[in-house]
Ligand binder design. Structure first.
Ligand SMILES: NC(=O)c1ccc[n+]([C@@H]2O[C@H](COP(=O)([O-])OP(=O)(O)OC[C@H]3O[C@@H](n4cnc5c(N)ncnc54)[C@H](OP(=O)(O)O)[C@@H]3O)[C@@H](O)[C@H]2O)c1
Length: 289
């Protein structure tokens, strides 16, 4: 059985440790928090591990997860390297979405195989996260020597690992942020504009929610170009101008930026005149209408 140390037993640390414990394939070594009571509580949730509040007391382990906040990873890695507690040839990894394995450089210099493993999952609450984690995709990046152990770990906790290209973390995380966060922003924008039309909140929620779900399903099934419908896909510059005329300046700027990107997506099915008309009507700034 392999031993896994957890440094930072918050939302992600507790969840992954509990899943590893439940898999029966890992023994949880130390569970380290800055206070012993927090570590004790975490061990109770995990169902294993030794509560610990000092890096100096870390036992030997095959794998060590640094599940501290992103801003603390580099410092904890440096302290850990200075402590000499991790053996050369063991694996250390963090779970930051945007940070690279190089945050663990002092450990790598000591011969530890360092990587990042980022689950594309929201760990809002550990008990719920444990229930819903199966099938989560996990991005792996860093020292390839760490990959076999981390692929096994991911499999044991029910995740599906995939490797990122070297230097790909920032683009990977930007893609996730756009897909997740900006979807929320788009919904908010649409809801504000719907309110201008006098739609009641519950009516707008039903209309916009249904349409957004259906559009996402179409996009995933058909691809973005085939899924695209609406005035820009039809080259209908007149409708676009009427939209712009009712939008507040800030909403209009976003509408134009997204409209121009949408026009590029639709370019294959529009003739040159329609493309030019759309380019003109979507020029940022005061609308012609
Ligand atoms: N939450 C998510 O949805 C999610 C998703 C994907 C990836 N991640 C990544 O997972 C990592 C952890 O995030 P999280 O959301 O689990 O954070 P969190 O809930 O805030 O937990 C962080 C833990 O680290 C401990 N800690 C903080 N500073 C420390 C230090 N210097 N030394 C030792 N322990 C320290 C904290 O415990 P004490 O305060 O008791 O010491 C706490 O238990 C981050 O890299 C994050 O980007 C999170």
């Amino acid at each position: 059985m392999l031993t896994l140390n957890i440094i930072g037993a918050g939302r992600l640390g507790k969840t992954l440790a509990r899943l590893a414990q439940d898999s029966g394939r890992y023994r949880i070594g130390a569970v380290l928090c800055r206070s012993l009571p927090a570590a004790q509580q975490a061990c109770a949730f995990i169902g294993g591990g030794e509560p610990c509040d000092s890096l100096q007391a870390l036992p030997a382990a095959n794998l060590t997860l640094l599940a501290v906040p992103d801003g603390a990873i580099a410092n904890v890695a440096a302290e850990l390297a200075a402590s000499g507690r991790l053996a050369a040839g063991s694996v250390a990894f963090h779970a930051s979405g945007v940070g690279e394995a190089s945050l663990l450089a002092p450990l790598a210099a000591a011969g530890v195989h360092c990587a990042s493993l980022h689950p594309a999952f929201s760990f809002a609450e550990p008990a719920r996260a444990v229930q819903g984690f199966a099938g989560t995709r996990c991005a792996l990046e860093g020292d390839a020597a760490a990959f076999p152990a981390l692929q096994d770990f991911a499999g044991a906790i029910g995740a599906v690992p995939f490797a990122l290209a070297p230097g790909g973390k920032a683009a990977y995380h930007a893609a996730l942020s756009i897909a997740s966060n900006y979807l929320v922003t788009l919904h908010d924008l649409a809801a504000r504009v719907a309110a201008q039309a006098g739609m009641a909140d519950e009516v707008a929620a039903a209309v916009l929610g249904g349409l957004m779900r259906q559009t996402l399903e179409n996009t995933l099934a058909l691809g973005p170009q085939a899924a695209l419908t609406g005035p820009i896909a039809r080259g209908d510059a007149g409708t676009v101008a009427r939209h712009r005329a009712v939008l507040a300046a800030q909403d209009d700027a976003l509408y134009c930026a997204l409209g121009l990107a949408t026009a590029r997506l639709a370019a294959g099915r529009l003739d040159a005149a329609a493309q030019a008309a759309l380019g003109q009507v979507l020029l940022p700034g005061p609308s012609a209408e």
